[in-house]
Write a protein that binds this ligand. Structure first.
Ligand SMILES: Cc1cc2nc3c(=O)[nH]c(=O)nc-3n(C[C@H](O)[C@H](O)[C@H](O)COP(=O)(O)OP(=O)(O)OC[C@H]3O[C@@H](n4cnc5c(N)ncnc54)[C@H](O)[C@@H]3O)c2cc1C
Length: 594
């Protein structure tokens, strides 16, 4: 890193934000709310205003226009006096409190927020043929602009990737009447979020919609004709003819600036931050896809690369940087999205696997739910079906470590009424706080839960389960049974550990939680909690997931005719910069002395 005495020669601002994705702009807008007079500057390498990236998929298939992609109304930055500078930030000089921009200019900060997002993983760099025209990695606006221009010429396409981005791309192509080959490297879809049954349900939906799905299949090379893609060769020696290859293989945080900082900044998978989004370097914060937050259940750090998480973190970063408010804790991660015809919700660790964890599942035609419980506390929830339950309410139940004894059945069947539950909890908690003077206790981390990992363990009969009192219907078999390597099922209240032993694994730094954890729990104090019931209910719930091996055979949706004039975009703006170009420019050298 270049060293140079810059004092007295560079501009500066009170709050400098790197990146104008949704985390960066949300932080800037919120910071302005708290601090009407401070100087707020966004430095970004992105040459267009902040867009709603999840909506790019609707844009690709012509359901919305380019203008409708804008995340904030045009002119927001100017109105809020947020200066936007289109540049690449290359280095952080934390000791002297400035960043170095491309071209060598320095820019001082009092507080610095890194909101540099993520970049796509793409294809392996040595994969033959990836340079052919028609091989696109879908991530940014220009990738989708490129895709839209090509759709009319495509009859057959290959989509590569095993996540939600991939399935939405598949569905978008099918909507356009394009024949789709979908290649998934793993045996199942979204293996770190979904179990085998849930994966089978999603893949079945994609097949029914007309996609050809190839699991455990990778690309070994791309074939071209005179510079243009003509097909894909797979690991099982198949040649799939196509005019388009779309790569949706996941993302990785852009943590370059953590490496280019003169004070070591902790980063692994993303830049490590605490619950106030502080990095390990003073006055530097991180938010959005680049920030790795601690999972309170597993203790591991990982980015939460989702839209809602980036918005929430932008807000929290603004509050912390301006001293505006005490932000609430992030708690466990949650994710809600559409997977083809199904709504998916995951909260916490639905695939958590350890001796203490009891998985319960409920499946009925076209929908599926899975609960992971430790004693009477929920540690993970998964729902797939035509509609999603209230994800934020379920997240709150996990974050606060509330008992689900009385609502297990409702959660399992997707009939959970959050309003009713929380109003009864609130009256109980208030009454208890008045009589004991103690706060409700959050859930401590659970040793042995490893995020997204499953351990092979002997299966226990479903009859060994004891379940909450309300009768549960045996679920309808939507798919034929097949043995599956699911975690063992255990009695709901067996294997319970004392809260003291759970406290031991608390990190030393988390003193507030330690204090709270030392108090008796709200759950433990419940007087009316129903005892676990055995007997008749044991047989009435599917506790072991069974997954079909055979492929679902259903008539594909008749491909639609592709119309060249179908994309609505009657009045395209002359420039994507049409409003930010009018931003007051940040002056050059000598404007504000460092
Ligand atoms: C196609 C697509 C579909 C998605 N669909 C969904 C969905 O359905 N649901 C959901 O929850 N999430 C979805 N996501 C994820 C979600 O959009 C992201 O989690 C969120 O937008 C991340 O915002 P961010 O501000 O952290 O980062 P980004 O939007 O990546 O912004 C980062 C910014 O930093 C800039 N930058 C990086 N490095 C530098 C540097 N050194 N100097 C200057 N500028 C720099 C970049 O130019 C960019 O402007 C999707 C993402 C994509 C790409």
């Amino acid at each position: 890193m270049r060293k140079e005495n810059t004092a007295g020669t560079i501009d500066r601002a009170d709050i400098v934000i790197v990146g104008n994705g949704i985390a960066g702009l949300t932080a800037a807008v919120e910071a302005r709310r708290f601090e009407p007079e401070k100087r707020i500057v966004i430095m970004t390498s992105q040459s267009h205003p902040t867009i709603n990236t999840p909506a790019l998929k609707q844009f690709a298939i012509g359901k919305i226009t380019r203008e409708q992609l804008l995340a904030y109304p045009p002119g927001t930055e100017r109105l809020q006096r947020i200066h936007v500078v289109n540049t690449l930030v290359e280095e952080i000089h934390a000791q002297e409190g400035y960043i170095r921009l491309a071209g060598g200019q320095g820019f001082g900060y009092q507080k610095l927020l890194l909101a540099t997002g993520s970049h796509p993983l793409g294809l392996p760099p040595d994969l033959p043929g990836q340079d052919f025209d028609g091989v696109l990695t879908l991530h940014r606006l220009h990738d989708y602009l490129d895709l839209r221009r090509r759709l009319n010429e495509v009859e057959e396409a290959v989509v590569i990737g095993g996540g939600s981005h991939a399935i939405e791309t598949v569905m978008g192509l099918l909507y356009w009447g394009i024949r789709v080959h979908w290649l998934i490297r793993s045996e199942t879809f979204l293996p770190r979020m979904l179990d085998r049954y849930a994966s089978a349900l999603v893949l079945e939906g994609a097949r029914r919609a007309g996609a050809k799905v190839y699991t455990k299949t990778e690309v070994v090379g791309i074939v071209g004709r005179v510079g243009v893609v003509a097909g894909v060769v797979t690991t099982d020696q198949r040649m799939l003819p196509c005019q388009l290859v779309l790569v949706c293989t996941g993302t990785s945080p852009v943590a370059t600036l953590a490496r280019h900082c003169d004070i070591p900044m902790k980063h692994e998978k993303g830049i490590l931050v605490d619950d106030h989004l502080r990095t390990s370097v003073r006055n530097i914060y991180a938010a959005g896809d680049v920030a790795a937050l601690r999972d309170p259940l597993t203790g591991t750090y990982a980015p939460r690369a989702q839209w809602y998480a980036a918005v929430q973190q932008g807000r929290v970063a603004a509050a912390v940087m301006t001293g505006g408010a005490d932000p609430e804790r992030f708690g466990v991660s949650w994710h809600a999205t559409r997977l083809g015809d199904l709504s998916m919700l995951t909260v916490g660790s639905p695939l958590a696997s350890s001796d203490e964890v009891t998985p319960l599942v409920d499946r009925r035609r076209g929908s599926y739910r899975r609960l992971s419980l430790i004693d009477d506390r929920l540690v993970g929830y998964l729902s797939l079906g035509p509609a999603s339950p209230d994800g934020l309410a379920i997240k709150r139940i996990i974050d606060e470590g509330l008992s689900v004894r009385e609502i297990t059945r409702d959660l399992l069947r997707g009939e959970f009424d959050a309003r009713k539950y929380f109003s009864s909890k609130r009256s109980y908690a208030v009454q208890r706080m008045v009589t004991t003077g103690q706060m409700p206790t959050p859930l401590p981390p659970v040793p042995g839960i490893v995020a997204g990992e499953r351990v092979a363990a002997p299966r226990v009969s479903a009859r060994a389960q004891s379940l909450p009192p309300a009768p549960l219907q045996r679920t309808t078999e939507a798919l034929p049974p097949q043995p599956s390597p699911e975690p063992p099922v255990r009695p709901l209240h067996a294997g319970s550990r004392s809260s003291a032993s759970q406290q031991q694994s608390f990190p030393e730094t988390d003193s507030l939680r330690k204090q709270l954890g030392a108090q008796p729990t709200l759950v433990g104090a419940e007087q009316n909690a129903a005892p676990a019931a055995g007997g008749t209910q044991e047989e009435e719930v599917e506790l072991v997931v069974r997954v079909p091996e055979r492929q679902f055979i259903a008539p594909p949706i008749k491909p639609r005719e592709v119309k060249t004039d179908a994309l609505p975009n009657p009045h395209p703006s002359r420039s994507l910069w049409h409003y930010t170009s009018k931003q007051p420019a940040v002056k050059g050298k000598g404007n504000v002395q460092k």
